[in-house]
Design a protein around this ligand. Structure first.
Ligand SMILES: [Zn+2]
Length: 138
């Protein structure tokens, strides 16, 4: 399924290995520094912790730069329970590689065009991508 969105599996593995996964709910990292101030203003949050507090459905957020921010309670075994919700780690790794321009909407459209069963009208876009990762990469 990685090839279907233009990525080589070994590149996904290498990027995942190079990505730091940290607790987003307590991170005081400045969104204006991680992305830019315009983005911070648009999402209405100065810090990553505020972004997670404002977005109860947000499981992960991956700005460019090698760090992915996660909600530990969505990781089943805590932040480093890698055996449980690894599809979320892969999902965030894809964002590290694809950037904000090719977001969940872009990934969903690509997968749908390649014949994956995806409902673009679902409010849980992010979850559907993780489900495809779980189904196809097991
Ligand atoms: Zn996503």
């Amino acid at each position: 399924m990685f090839a279907d969105i233009g990525l080589a599996v070994e590149d996904v593995a290498a990027t995942m290995n190079a990505t730091s996964f940290v607790d987003g709910t307590t991170s005081q990292a400045q969104i204006g520094m991680l992305v830019n101030q315009q983005y911070a203003n648009a999402v209405g949050a100065a810090t990553v912790a505020q972004l997670f507090a404002n977005s109860p459905g947000l499981s992960g957020w991956s700005p460019p730069g090698g760090t992915a921010y996660l909600r530990p309670s969505d990781m089943s075994n805590g932040l480093f329970g890698l055996g449980t919700n690894w599809q979320l780690l892969v999902h965030e790794t894809l964002h590290q590689m694809l950037g904000f321009q090719r977001d969940d909407n872009w990934i969903m459209t690509e997968l749908q065009n390649k014949g994956y069963r995806i409902n673009p009208n679902s409010p849980r876009k992010s979850r559907q991508i993780s489900d495809v990762i779980k189904k196809k990469c097991n």
